[in-house]
Design a protein around this ligand. Structure first.
Ligand SMILES: NC(=O)c1ccc[n+]([C@@H]2O[C@H](COP(=O)([O-])OP(=O)(O)OC[C@H]3O[C@@H](n4cnc5c(N)ncnc54)[C@H](OP(=O)(O)O)[C@@H]3O)[C@@H](O)[C@H]2O)c1
Length: 349
């Protein structure tokens, strides 16, 4: 049986709306989900232009989604037909990708929607929160309090470079939930949303490296040992490493970055961690590790989201509905026209 969606024939080939994509069948603890909304991320144009992460051609892509379960595999325990789920697909694996009518999920890798999370806003959670969790919980060994409990307040800052972005705002939320004071960089026009995400203070991400390091020193007095770059901007990477080297007065130093492609070197005194969310669902050693972490965190994050300890992000809902709107939304995102995370309605439930 075939279904509609968007395909890409090869690297840098255009998106094409088709109705000939094979409909997958859920096995084991997989479920078949009808795609309702998708959230757009920089990884979509990255895959379409470069082909990196794509496992087969023609490719069906997509990352953040919300949808409804229409069929379950024989070993499903968490999911039943009719459940509303959301999350981030294992990117580049066609049958698991949400730019098509129905796609597979593994029931352990998805969030079950609670009442307080809206169907469209649910698409702002998956990639952002899991990337932030890899950076902070896996890369920098932070411990989340059990849901409903407050972490002990620490006399230490975590610096989030790019604290205004989707990943950055989840970094701010998670670091704050773990009891740290958060200092985040952002454009001055985004101070307010960055503070709302849990930062206690902000500084200008367009200032020079030396100016950013000076601001970090002034605000923290050197009381930090952890920096997360959620922007993948080289200037932010440079400022992060320089701040850890010259200003931090903590003995153990961590630097995590979402840039897993550029050459980056750090002095021996700094523990470097490069986030690779794209490894979810892959069979190699890192893939198994990242997938296991995702499975471990999701039940906690579901509770945090239900209780309001973690919050969805604000977003830009693209006008209209359907596959063409995804293509338009990606073009606008690439042109820098969308100030907030783009979300597209693709089908009615
Ligand atoms: N490695 C992985 O597994 C992984 C996973 C997810 C995402 N990523 C990457 O992470 C990055 C962020 O993703 P996102 O979804 O959070 O994107 P986003 O929402 O667009 O956020 C981008 C962030 O970068 C900041 N920024 C943009 N231009 C800048 C500049 N010239 N100097 C300093 N800061 C600048 C923005 O700050 P202002 O808007 O305030 O200026 C914002 O905080 C992307 O490159 C994405 O590909 C990697």
């Amino acid at each position: 049986m075939s279904q509609s969606g968007i395909t890409v024939a090869g690297p840098n080939e255009p998106y094409k709306v088709v109705d000939s994509i094979p409909k997958p069948k859920p096995q084991h603890n997989q479920a078949l989900v009808k795609s309702l909304y998708v959230g757009l991320n920089p990884v979509e144009p990255f895959m379409q232009h470069t082909g990196v992460l794509v496992t087969s051609w023609p490719a069906v892509i997509g990352s953040d989604f919300s949808g409804v379960v229409v069929e379950t595999g024989p070993d499903c325990k968490k999911l039943s037909k009719g459940d509303i789920v959301y999350g981030c697909a294992p990117v580049g694996i066609g049958e698991f990708s949400p730019f098509q009518e129905t796609f597979l999920v593994n029931e352990d890798w998805v969030f079950k929607k609670s009442e307080n999370v809206a169907l469209d806003a649910a698409c702002t959670v998956g990639a952002g929160i899991l990337t932030a969790a890899l950076a902070l919980l896996d890369g920098q060994h932070l411990t989340l309090p059990t849901p409903g409990n407050k972490a002990e307040e620490k006399d230490s800052w975590i610096i989030v470079m790019g604290g205004s972005g989707s990943v950055g705002r989840y970094c701010c939320q998670l670091a704050s939930l773990c009891g740290y004071k958060v200092l985040a960089s952002c454009s001055p026009s985004k101070n307010e949303i960055t503070l709302q995400a849990g930062a206690s203070a902000t500084f200008n991400n367009r200032a020079s490296v030396d100016e950013q390091v000076a601001e970090i020193e002034k605000i923290t007095g050197g009381k930090f040992g952890r920096v997360v770059d959620a922007s993948a901007q080289m200037q932010a990477v440079e400022a992060s490493i320089k701040a850890l080297e010259t200003v931090s007065n903590e003995s153990t130093k961590y630097f995590a970055t979402v840039d897993d492609w550029s050459p980056i070197s750090v002095p021996e005194s700094i523990n470097l961690y490069r986030v690779q969310l794209g490894k979810v669902g892959r069979d190699d050693e890192l893939g198994k590790h990242v997938t296991a972490k995702t499975v471990e965190w999701i039940p906690t994050f579901e509770k945090n989201l239900e209780s309001g300890e973690l919050r969805v992000l604000d977003f830009h809902l693209i006008q209209g509905e359907g596959w063409d709107k995804i293509i338009e939304g990606i073009a606008d995102m690439e042109a820098g026209k969308l100030p907030k995370k783009p979300v597209v309605k693709v089908q009615d439930a």
